[in-house]
Ligand binder design. Structure first.
Ligand code: HEC
Length: 139
């Protein structure tokens, strides 16, 4: 009986050790992803968005000033597609991430149908840059 109890407790200790190691690995994986880099986001914005967008002027696409917290497709003085005007969601990190991954999947029938940032790190960097650059009052 005593022996069995000792074996059982050894097993419990081993199970906890394995669990602990697994948790440590998960924690390490989570911190291994590089933090969003707004400077790299600025370069990506110029290269991939600049043909159609700027922060303060409408072009082929709408200007981006005041983007965060605004309802999609509602900036005055830009002629949005009926699809984006009717989308009804607010721009934040999560909605931007989905939009930049695949605009047409988030809002079918919108005018920005191209997929421009398939890489999650590219999107995180772009969003970090937009967060700074689109503040309602220019810095
Ligand atoms: C080929 C032109 C083009 C490129 C390149 C482009 N966009 Fe767009 N974008 C548009 C158009 C057009 C719309 C308006 C879509 C609509 O009305 O359906 C739009 C809309 C948006 C909106 C919604 C804004 C609002 O006021 O609701 C965001 C955010 C956006 N673009 C971000 C980006 C980012 C970030 C990039 C670069 C990764 C990018 N776009 C690249 C053409 C473009």
């Amino acid at each position: 009986m005593k022996l069995r109890r000792a074996t059982a407790s050894r097993l419990v200790v081993r199970a906890f050790a394995i669990l602990w190691l697994a948790l440590m690995q998960i924690a390490q994986a989570a911190t291994a992803a590089p933090a969003p880099d707004p400077a790299r986001g600025a370069e990506l914005y110029a290269a991939r968005c600049g043909a159609c967008h700027s922060i303060d002027d409408n072009g082929a696409g709408p200007r981006h000033r005041g983007l965060f917290g605004r309802k999609a497709g509602t900036q005055p003085r830009y002629d949005y597609s009926p699809a984006l005007r009717a989308a009804g969601f607010i721009w934040n990190r999560r909605t931007l991430d989905r939009w930049l991954a695949d605009p047409n999947a988030l809002v079918p029938g919108n005018k920005m149908v191209v997929q421009l940032a398939a890489d999650p790190q590219d999107r995180a960097d772009l969003i970090a840059w937009l967060r700074l650059a689109t503040r309602p009052v220019p810095p």
